[in-house]
Write a protein that binds this ligand. Structure first.
Ligand code: ADP
Length: 393
């Protein structure tokens, strides 16, 4: 009986062993599968985080540049590449290799040395002058050691241009105001010094003073108009405007000016009704017709005509048969204070703001202005205005 019991015990022990081994192996396999699933999940999470980070960086308007500890590019976003017009891979390159900007490289070293957020402006050595604002800071790890540098770039070019335009405008305004003022002052002083004793001289001087006072008045009026138009303070009172009737009125206003130069004023406008502010449109016609008389030729003609465009807008033009405008000045005549011939414009009482006012008024109506001219063949100024809507009409 003992041998039988021994065999049974051995067989049971073996079976138990085999059962345990099978169970242990199954557990092992399950654990390995779990570990692999967890690792896969972790990899996916890290990929998702990286993708999210990239989306976030790429959605930034500012250019972003991350440098590693050895000042090599670790990461850039899309805005950065656009800002610098770069298409190649930058990872691993130094600032000088990637951008050829020694100035920026020096700034990074300064940020590292000073260990604080710094704010700079740099000018790019482009052909078209471009300015960037750069915010830079050192990135540190948990132990407080330098891990890299982060730089954020913003394009300042437009702001700089606006600043320069404003400065030029202020300089121009001061100059334009000072010229008639110093003339007035000079003649008043001469009168006070005794010239008033001679009635003929006194009258001539007083006329000069009067002319320059009018000039100052005109200039200030134009400046106020420009300022109201630019700030958007000027509200348009849109109504149906009979363009031909308006041109007739403007012709009456400028009649004596035209007669002085024997200029014929021709209204060739068909029946067109604009949806516009009549007083502002009056200013547009007055400026354009006045210029056509001023800069056109004596014994010439000024013609106003227009049509309805395919898109329903109205296109009007004011044409003269004078000497015209040189090609290089065509793009500039709508700028504030730009004159082809400064002396001639001033002699004619021009402020240099007329066409700028025209442009602003037309744009406030949603229209466009342009000029066509060939030297010796006159100039034609075009502008568009919205037509009255049928149901409104
Ligand atoms: P201004 O007060 O000097 O007339 P504008 O802004 O009205 O200022 O015009 C700007 C410049 O454009 C003028 O000084 C003149 O040189 C040029 N100009 C405008 N209209 C004409 C035209 N019809 N023919 C030739 N030159 C013109």
């Amino acid at each position: 009986m003992w041998p039988a019991l021994t065999i049974l015990a051995v067989v049971s022990a073996a079976a138990l062993h085999l059962w345990w081994r099978a169970k242990f192996q199954a557990q092992q396999e399950q654990r390995a599968a779990e570990i692999e699933a967890a690792q896969r999940q972790q990899r996916q999470t890290s990929l998702d985080a990286k993708a999210q980070q990239q989306v976030l960086f790429n959605s930034m308007l500012e250019g972003l540049l991350l440098l590693d500890r050895s000042r090599k590019v670790y990461l850039v976003n899309r805005a950065f590449k656009n800002l610098f017009g770069l298409k190649t891979e930058l990872r691993g390159k130094t600032i000088v290799e990637a951008l050829r900007l020694h100035e920026l490289d020096e700034l990074v070293r300064r940020v590292e040395a000073e260990q604080q957020v710094l704010d700079f402006e740099i000018k790019l050595p482009d052909l078209n002058e471009r300015w960037l604002q750069v915010n830079a800071a050192v990135i540190t790890n948990a132990a407080g050691e330098r891990d890299g540098t982060i730089l954020v770039f913003r394009d300042l070019t437009r702001l700089k241009q606006l600043e320069r335009t404003r400065e030029e405008f202020v300089a121009n305004v001061s100059h334009e105001l000072r010229t008639p003022l110093s003339l007035i002052k000079g003649y008043v002083e001469t009168l006070l010094d005794g010239a008033s004793g001679n009635p003929e001289v006194a009258e001539r001087f007083l006329k000069i003073i009067e002319r320059n006072t009018q000039r100052l008045d005109l200039l200030i009026q134009d400046l106020l108009t420009i300022s109201a138009l630019e700030s958007g303070r000027m509200k348009l009172d849109l109504q149906p405007v009979d363009l031909s009737a308006l041109v007739e009125k403007v012709f009456v206003d400028l009649h004596s000016k035209a007669d002085n130069k024997n200029v014929e004023l021709v209204n060739d406008l068909p029946v067109l009704t604009a949806h516009a502010d009549v007083n502002r449109l009056d200013q547009v016609f007055a400026n354009l017709v006045d210029n056509a008389i001023k800069y056109g030729r004596a014994n010439g003609a000024v013609r106003v005509a227009g049509k309805t465009l395919a898109d329903g807008r109205l296109e009007i033009f004011v044409q003269d048969d004078g000497p015209g405008i040189p090609a290089e000045a065509l793009d500039r005549v709508f700028e504030r204070f730009y004159r082809v011939d400064k002396a001639r414009s001033r002699d004619q009482g021009g402020t240099g703001l007329g066409l700028s006012i025209v442009k602003h008024i037309v744009q406030a109506h949603g229209g466009e202005v342009r000029v066509e001219s060939e030297m010796g063949k006159g100039a034609t100024f075009f502008f568009t205005v919205p037509a009255i809507k049928i149901e409104a009409a």
